[in-house]
Write a protein that binds this ligand. Structure first.
Ligand SMILES: C[S@@+](CC[C@H](N)C(=O)[O-])C[C@H]1O[C@@H](n2cnc3c(N)ncnc32)[C@H](O)[C@@H]1O
Length: 252
């Protein structure tokens, strides 16, 4: 995989499936880990029990927008930003057309078409999608009561720099929810800038400790949670990962 992958048709249909595919598409004959289904929806509910204000939410690295639409059930205004224009176009298509037909891999080059649809309870009129760079957010975005960074940090060229400034876009008492499986890859992040997964002076460095160190000046860590998810490869193969969610409240 490379950073360009996210601009490909393959990425758009894989993320449309990941965000909007129904459970049975992932479970062959009903078999499989149900706790890993609906990751985008679960990310879009990470505000539950921790957020007090529901005016504005930002879904940074939103891909095709599944979590943004989930957030729109609760927040009056939701902005979804992604670096890949192709994924943003996919999100806008779901917003405008409310459904799509996408190919899913069955076996080798054999695919079948499935229908996906927007949740009827979502409020697409509350959501605005735009192409943008998490490393260089415009100040006119303003501040948010809730910011989601789902599986983004290990795809950034410099996650530390991004996180060091992230409080600027979060309102006082606002919530930052980060999820990541911490899959550090040099294609996305030079090794010298990984937040974890390496040794320093013989000691292992772990991303959770780096996040605490980077965010401590502006945030209190409220909670950590395990967030399993499935990426479908073909009818008989899903990739199972467990992201770690960390929930932070802006205190300074
Ligand atoms: C692993 S995907 C996660 C997508 C989605 N949040 C989810 O959980 O399904 C990483 C996403 O981050 C986006 N991305 C990568 N670098 C970015 C950047 N600098 N700014 C904004 N989005 C970025 C990619 O285009 C991709 O959509």
């Amino acid at each position: 995989m490379s950073a360009n992958f996210y601009e490909s048709n393959k990425a758009v249909s894989e993320y449309l499936l990941f965000h909007y595919g129904d459970d049975e598409t992932f479970l062959l004959n009903g078999i499989g880990p149900r706790e890993a289904l609906g990751f985008a929806r679960r990310c879009g509910r990470l505000w539950e029990g921790v957020c007090d204000n529901f005016a504005r939410a930002l879904d940074l690295g939103c891909a095709v927008g599944g979590s943004s639409f989930e957030l729109s059930k609760q927040f009056k205004e939701v902005i979804g930003i992604d670096f890949a224009q192709a994924l943003i176009d996919g999100a806008i298509r779901m917003q405008e057309e409310k459904s799509a037909t996408i190919p899913v891999a069955e076996e080798g080059e054999v695919t079948r078409d499935i229908e996906i649809a927007l949740d009827s309870v979502a409020r697409p009129e509350r959501v605005g999608f735009r192409q943008g760079d998490a490393m260089n957010l415009p100040s006119e975005l303003g501040q948010f009561d809730f910011m989601l960074m789902a599986n983004l940090i290990d795809r950034l060229p410099n996650p530390r720099t991004c996180l060091e400034g992230i409080h600027n876009w979060i309102a006082p008492d606002g919530i930052l929810a980060i999820t990541s499986p911490y899959t550090w890859l040099e294609e996305f992040t030079p090794k010298a800038l990984w937040l974890g997964g390496y040794y320093e002076n013989g000691q292992p460095v772990r991303a959770l400790d780096s996040l605490k160190e980077i965010l401590q000046n502006h945030f209190a860590l409220l909670d950590t949670r395990d967030m399993p998810f499935l990426i479908r490869e073909h009818a008989r193969k899903n990739q199972y990962s467990i992201a770690q969610a960390t929930i932070w409240k802006r205190v300074n």
